[in-house]
Design a protein around this ligand. Sequence first.
Ligand code: FAD
Length: 324
Amino acid sequence: MFFISRATKTTIQRSFSTKTSTKNSYGRKYILGITACMSVFIGYKTWQWYETNMNKRLTPDRFVTLELIEKEQLSHDAYRLRLKGQKQLAENFPILSCFYIKDDNIQVMRSYTPINDPFKEGHVDLLIKRYQQGSISKMLTRAQLGDQIFVRGPIEEYPYQPNSKTEIGMIAGGTGITPMYQLIKHVLNNPNDKTERLWLIYCNKTKEDILLKKELDTLQEKHKDRLNILYVLDHPPSSSNNNNNTSLLEEKGQEVWQGGSGYITQEMIQSMLKKKENTFIFVCGPDAMLNHVSGQRARDFTQGPTTGLLGKMGFTPNQVWKLE
Ligand SMILES: Cc1cc2nc3c(=O)[nH]c(=O)nc-3n(C[C@H](O)[C@H](O)[C@H](O)COP(=O)(O)OP(=O)(O)OC[C@H]3O[C@@H](n4cnc5c(N)ncnc54)[C@H](O)[C@@H]3O)c2cc1C
């Protein structure tokens, strides 16, 4: 009864094994199909994520393209631009830093300082002044919403460390204000930075050319005891407080310019100083202003000697930093 012939056994085994292998092969094909689909899907999603995230990750190593998402005209020749980036919360945005922006068609690049924290906020805010003969400033101020802008950085201009200075002086001309604004906000918004005093001399042609005035005045108002700003104009409004007829002009409803006028002088710098030996001064602006205030950097791009007004006043190269 329990005897099964060898032939029968073999047949039973074969029939079983054939059935199992057919079933398995269908199953395997099914699983292979699903795995292939999932791999394609995961690959596509990874590529999509890389394109939208890693590819927009700001780095000094290479240019990335960021979309222009906002554009506002601030004055006859100044614009605020917002480029869409991504948050990079694992890193601190290094102060003082700028970005290189290039025109990809002509492979020319220039430096621009963000006026926000691009890593925390996930976008880059720029303040751009257009020069009629300029290449990159013209390209940027002509750009339309949706255009892609080539950006590389952050590029460190000066490695600022909180509490490394007692008194920080800043002398800026035109768009030279952007690195100073970055530094002022960074110091004053950091409760652990105990820098005692900051002062800024900001030079422009006319009152209309002053960039970030509202933001600077708000900071000065909020930090009266630590921040002091002197605006200097080549062409001040109708009159300045150098005239003795201030009250007469005010009575007539005419604007009285409270800042400095003409070229920056040693007296203006002296009026901002508390203790010269404790002061470190940053300078940024057009070449002519740099020549007048501190001298330009050396030809090998080191800081070079301190000349100009600061040199005459006895400031040494380890007290002055030229941002060029
Ligand atoms: C560290 C650093 C940060 C900077 N940050 C900013 C910023 O935030 N915003 C900003 O708008 N610019 C900034 N600049 C200046 C910027 O890098 C360019 O120099 C400027 O935009 C002009 O470039 P361009 O290619 O348009 O003109 P270019 O082709 O370099 O110059 C063409 C002509 O434009 C005129 N011109 C150019 N620059 C000046 C100037 N400074 N003053 C007067 N005339 C000039 C001259 O007539 C010049 O012959 C910064 C520069 C440095 C070094």
